[in-house]
Design a protein around this ligand. Structure first.
Ligand SMILES: CC(C)(COP(=O)(O)OP(=O)(O)OC[C@H]1O[C@@H](n2cnc3c(N)ncnc32)[C@H](O)[C@@H]1OP(=O)(O)O)[C@@H](O)C(=O)NCCC(=O)NCCS
Length: 159
């Protein structure tokens, strides 16, 4: 369990704000550069219309990262997060997810869940550092170029 009271901890020059329709092209470019089976622009638009919380990180007014989180009752689900390859390993995802966790805590949510590809050791390391625990697997959950891949289900207690 974690309790995060600090505001966003982005390094100098990075800012976060809600995603808008005008960001979709930049978001899809990051998605396509970083995910093996990327979401389309329409999927991101559907996230808006579903009321999901979608944020971007900018640097010099360029979108360099995004996050999509849904809320149901007292549970949050981290649906997607990615950082532009050239901006990775600068603490951007760390700060973005912590900012999202803080927002969820302020709303009184009690757990955050996510699924991550079994082979995505970088993301799994990031989530473990943030306090997420591996609580199960979903077999053959993701498509891969050659077939299917398991998802690891992770959970973070928010209080
Ligand atoms: C996973 C991802 C979001 C991490 O973003 P990031 O901004 O580079 O991560 P951070 O710099 O905030 O990393 C914080 C810590 O997480 C861990 N971590 C992050 N990426 C890692 C990697 N590739 N390998 C090992 N550890 C990693 C490290 O402990 C890191 O701290 P350190 O750099 O001081 O060692 C980014 O690599 C990405 O966009 N990947 C493609 C999309 C993706 O896999 N999204 C997750 C889907 S579930």
């Amino acid at each position: 369990m974690v309790f995060i009271s600090a505001m966003a901890e982005f390094h100098a020059g990075f800012c976060s704000r809600p995603m808008t329709d005008a960001d979709i092209d930049a978001v899809v470019a990051i998605e396509e550069a970083s995910q093996p089976t990327p979401w389309s622009a329409q999927v991101f638009r559907d996230c808006f219309t579903s009321g999901y919380r979608c944020d971007v990180v900018t640097r010099d007014e360029q979108v360099v990262a995004f996050i999509v989180v849904s809320w149901v009752l007292d549970e949050a689900h981290l649906l997607n997060v990615a950082v532009a390859p050239a901006m990775q390993r600068r603490g951007v995802a760390w700060a973005l997810i912590r900012d999202s966790i803080r927002r969820c805590q302020e709303r009184g949510l009690t757990q955050m869940y996510l699924e991550v590809r079994e082979s995505n050791t970088g993301a799994r390391a990031l989530y473990a550092h943030l306090g997420f625990e591996e609580i199960g697997q979903r077999r053959n959950y993701y498509r891969t170029v050659g077939g299917r891949e398991n998802a690891v289900l992770m959970m973070l207690g928010l209080r």
